[in-house]
Design a protein around this ligand. Structure first.
Ligand code: COA
Length: 158
């Protein structure tokens, strides 16, 4: 089953609504899917849904200092980005990421950063993110790179 890009809508959801996809895609070998900060009032959880309301993409945003851009005024960390393998390549990830950047801009953020799996780095680059570190390992998950993107409308200090 595939989803046309136009058929996916992105909306704010509860943390709980993201756990099934986190488990299936990001922690298939087991491991915690409930993360510190999930229930923080400032944390934003977004989900991409098909018209039948199925969650096919998830992401989390929270205000957090950027390890590589200490001068950022209002940085936000992106975590837990995942799409259902059944819809990959159909634009759900792009729609979700675009909504993430819009959500941060709406909240006055000036930067989004993430620990990106090297296998997903190209996906983020296509959306305008830049790799700002060498590779580092996250135990049990694999190689990552640090990536950042200034948020439109905010002052570009990076
Ligand atoms: C990375 C991920 C979220 C992308 O989701 P998706 O729904 O396939 O993304 P889209 O279909 O919107 O793709 C957007 C563009 O990025 C490209 N793309 C997507 N994933 C890519 C990847 N891993 N490598 C290179 N390009 C990729 C697509 O081909 C598309 O290109 P286009 O602009 O030329 O059309 C998804 O593959 C995923 O969940 N991966 C496993 C979990 C993961 O690695 N999450 C990121 C953790 S940091």
């Amino acid at each position: 089953m595939t989803a046309e890009p136009s058929a996916v809508t992105v909306e704010e959801v509860s943390a709980e609504a993201t756990y099934d996809l986190r488990r299936a895609v990001l922690r298939p070998e087991g491991g915690e899917v409930v993360w510190a900060g999930d229930d923080d009032p400032a944390t934003v959880h977004l989900a991409a849904r098909t018209p039948d309301r199925r969650v096919v993409g998830v992401a989390r945003l929270s205000p957090a200092p950027c390890p590589w851009r200490p001068e950022a005024r209002a940085p936000w960390q992106l975590r837990g980005m995942a799409t259902d393998p059944a819809v990959r390549g159909a634009g759900a990830g792009r729609a979700l990421l675009g909504a993430c950047l819009a959500a941060v801009a709406q909240r006055g953020g000036d930067l989004v950063w993430c620990d990106a799996r090297t296998t997903a780095a190209r996906f983020y680059e296509r959306a305008g993110f830049t790799v700002v570190t060498g590779e580092y390992d996250k135990p049990g998950i694999g190689p990552h790179v640090g990536m950042v993107i200034p948020v439109a409308g905010a002052s570009r200090s990076s």
